[in-house]
Design a binder for this molecule. Sequence first.
Ligand code: OAD
Length: 231
Amino acid sequence: MEKIVILTGAGISAESGLGTFRDEGGLWAQHRIEDVATPEGFARNPALVHSFYNARRVQAAKAQPNAAHQALARLQRDWPDEVIVVTQNVDGLHEAGGSQDVIHMHGTLAGALCSSCGHRWKSAEQMTPADPCSRCGRPTVRPDVVWFGEMPYFMDEIYDHLSGARIFAAIGTSGQVYPAAAFVHEAIAAGAQTFELNLEPSTGVLHFDNILTGPATQTVPKWVDDLLKRR
Ligand code: OAD
């Protein structure tokens, strides 16, 4: 049994043209987190928050999966045991690249969520504060994404997967946002071999057994080839 758990972040989609958060000129250099990625920001100015996610939804819809997303789909297909992809990304590029059962711990741009009744459905490309919930009719619709101060989704399921991991990889994530940044510790506790694949070593780099530095479209296909050769 050689179960693999992979955590991905914005860096895996960077070469598909989607900006990361903390790199120079990234999303958090252009927008204040408190304004567009907190429940308080949404309560203050829902139109601003919707317009931020509307723009990201349009951009994500135009983006194509890259060789790194496709390599992970190939690993899922060809590895003899489970390969679990957990992503912090709200784009749909893992699925577009062929991955199955992706765990979207920070939600997805494709989803709408009613804050009154909890109903979820596929969001329109453009959302507005006046949109009615498709079940209860109240105009309390938000993007189905996780904001700072909220609990990421599927945590029990993710910890369960980490406890059975033999191999853990963090790809394209700066390791600055918890709880995802601590997944490597869960994997180490489970006895997994750990890999970091990132453009440059992240803040958590010391915790990983193997560091593969470079653009994801180069490092990820090579890493997948090497894993598949050793099976
Ligand atoms: P960050 O923007 O914090 O980090 C992106 C990482 O990707 C950095 O370490 C870059 O060096 C690396 N990177 C950039 N280009 C790359 C490339 N071509 N190949 C490989 N790596 C590359 O993004 P995340 O770690 O995903 O949460 O951020 C985590 C969370 O913080 C996000 O999900 C979001 C954000 O605030 C919420 O909005 C709740």
